[in-house]
Design a protein around this ligand. Structure first.
Ligand code: ADP
Ligand code: ADP
Length: 224
């Protein structure tokens, strides 16, 4: 069955609702693009699915558990164990090397430095950035930095990767390279990917698209 299911989500910040009856479903290993114009509610939907933001109403079920009924502590533990995140920029710790950034989630999970860094090095290789392992994020290009961010999102073997405009700050060539590496790695490891983007060229890397408009989403999978 589905891995993550959201039903009739509503979220209000200001006069117009950010989410106004949004549905979403993703299966294990599936890459789903969340598309729609700026301000339509894509990021808010991602934040609700990932348990970062609590919807005002509606349900988010992850492997049969209701995220909206969990405590903040339970939700953050779940995020650490099961989810990985890639954002547009600014997600790497500037004081750490690229290798240390990728090893960080494993270190926080209690793994010893040596083993964490060995696994991190493997992921940097897979993302074709092994050569910058000892550099700091400020010393690498935008495309290299995003590949490090993808390695960090995947190193903990998450079941779901949430990617919010992961190529938004890159030129099209680097953007496509990041998308190819992200989706290949996800398919290899069986991770599902929730990909927020407004670019058709980026969404082309997904298995399926869900369109958000004025806080409402149509998830064709759910209706079929
Ligand atoms: P998108 O990702 O499609 O651009 P967002 O989910 O970021 O859309 O935003 C949807 C609407 O909700 C916008 O009107 C935005 O300004 C508003 N919004 C989103 N997050 C917040 C917030 N934390 N506080 C106030 N308004 C917000
Ligand atoms: P995008 O449209 O690419 O998702 P935004 O610039 O709209 O990015 O939002 C960036 C962050 O700011 C998001 O975390 C969003 O929830 C938050 N945000 C968006 N609109 C508002 C707002 N009006 N007030 C406060 N936070 C907001």
């Amino acid at each position: 069955g589905p891995l993550l299911v959201a039903t009739d989500l509503r979220k209000v910040y200001g006069p117009t609702p950010a989410l106004d009856g949004a549905d979403f479903t993703i299966r294990a290993g599936e890459v789903v693009a969340v598309m729609g114009p700026s301000g339509s509610g894509k990021s808010t939907l991602l934040h609700c699915l990932a348990g970062i933001v609590r919807a005002d109403s509606g349900a988010v079920r992850y492997r049969g558990r209701d995220l909206t009924a969990m405590s903040d502590g339970e939700r953050s533990a779940l995020r650490r164990s099961d989810f990985g995140f890639v954002f547009q920029f600014g997600q790497l710790v500037p004081e750490l090397t690229c290798l240390e950034n990728v090893a960080m989630p494993l270190r926080l999970g209690g793994l010893r430095r040596r083993e964490a860094e060995e696994r991190a090095a493997g992921w940097l290789g897979r993302l074709e950035v092994a050569d910058i392992a000892d550099k700091r994020p400020g010393e690498v290009s935008g495309g290299q930095g995003q590949r490090v961010a993808v390695a960090r999102a995947l190193v903990g073997q998450p079941r779901v990767v949430f990617a919010d405009e992961p190529t938004g700050a890159l030129d099209s060539l680097n953007g496509e390279r990041v998308m190819r590496l992200l989706t290949d790695a996800a398919h290899d490891t069986g991770a599902a990917v929730v990909l927020v983007t407004h670019e058709a060229r980026v969404a082309a890397y997904s298995d399926r698209e869900v369109v958000v408009r004025d806080g409402k989403s149509r998830d064709m999978e759910r209706m079929s």
